[in-house]
Design a protein around this ligand. Structure first.
Ligand code: GLU
Ligand code: ZN
Length: 328
């Protein structure tokens, strides 16, 4: 008994991750999220894993992963494990981890948790009627849900994707930043794609397998992925794994209040660096935007560690304007 209580009272070291997708250059918005993910973990003495999320192959750009690593280093963020330094939970590049995802998908098939869906995007658009969460696309109406996993064999050469049979229960979780969230996954998000017909994974499956295998205890990312937390919690539950805690932080938007994108000008970190903006000047601005500093005076990532808490975070999106970084 005594031993048990000792074990259960042992504090677990927080483990977080930086998970860039090398589908393009990292910009000011990504930098703000990485800074917060890093501060949240490092301020509690935790460990950080760098993972490259490159399974979305048509969108992956040559050299973007290396560039993301350079950008993170330039910002003064560091990590304990990653593709550049190795570590016990490697490999750290998703395309090198496909076997893990394949096994997980096979398990979902054997347990009848997935079914082959042959619907095209326009099939789903025309069949879906329920209102859906903004940016999320139409809710899958369940057209193919009557199929069993084994029915995939009789589809001939018809293209299909593996969809998870979601549950119809109201779910609730407390987001460290966004507060209590409630969703009925089946009704409000719908059955979602976890893999392609060739057995390769979709984002939701890869992320859950990796976060579990790498022992991630906290996921901090942009709040555009908030609805995905429910999908991922659902998957963690199906596998019998413990989900991490989630923190979804407000995004950086342009002066038109829309998510920072190309139309807002060149906010790539590599460009700012070339223009002579220092990392500490950018971090000063980002820290100020988060409510961590009273002014935008230059500051290093390390200097922001003392006293950091997610509770200090300004809950509004940050409106970025490149003039904020111009030399005065
Ligand atoms: N790789 C994703 C991105 O760069 C992040 C996914 C996640 O944090 O779960 O947007
Ligand atoms: Zn379908």
């Amino acid at each position: 008994m005594a031993e048990n209580s000792l074990l259960s009272s042992k504090p677990t070291t927080p483990v977080g991750r930086l998970a860039p997708s090398p589908t393009g250059a990292q910009h000011v918005g990504n930098a703000r999220t990485y800074l917060l993910a890093w501060l949240s973990i490092r301020s509690r003495g935790g460990r950080i894993i760098l993972r490259i999320e490159d399974i979305d192959s048509p969108r992956v750009r040559v050299g973007a992963a290396e560039q993301a690593v350079d950008d993170l280093r330039w910002l003064g963020l560091d990590w304990d494990e990653g593709p550049d330094i190795g570590g016990p939970n490697g490999p750290y590049v998703q395309t090198e981890r496909v076997e893990l995802y394949r096994v997980a998908l096979a398990r979902l098939r054997c347990d009848e948790r997935v079914y082959p869906c042959t619907c095209t995007r326009s099939d789903i658009e025309s069949a879906a009627s329920a209102p859906h969460i903004e940016h999320e696309g139409p809710i899958y109406p369940g057209t193919c849900a009557g199929r069993a996993a084994a029915d995939a064999a009789s589809l001939g050469d018809r293209a299909f994707a593996w969809r998870l049979r979601t549950t119809e229960v109201p779910r609730e979780y407390t987001d460290l930043v966004a507060g209590t969230q409630r969703v009925n996954v089946k009704q409000q998000l719908g059955d979602f794609v976890v893999g392609k017909m060739d057995g390769s994974p979709a984002y939701q499956l890869a992320v859950v397998c990796d976060d579990h295998a790498m022992g991630i205890t906290e996921v901090l990312r942009g709040d555009d992925l908030l609805p995905s937390a429910f999908r991922q919690i659902e998957l963690f539950e199906v596998f019998g794994w413990i989900p991490p805690t989630f923190a979804h932080v407000p995004l950086v938007v342009g002066p038109d209040c829309r998510r920072l994108a190309k139309r807002h000008g060149d906010t790539r970190l590599a460009t700012l660096r070339k223009e002579g903006v220092s990392a500490d000047a950018l971090l000063g601005l980002l820290a100020h935007s988060c409510g961590l500093r009273p002014t935008q005076a230059a500051v290093s990532a390390k200097d922001l560690l003392t006293g950091f808490s997610l509770g200090q975070l300004n809950p509004s999106p940050f409106v970025f304007d490149s003039r904020l970084l111009s030399p005065k």
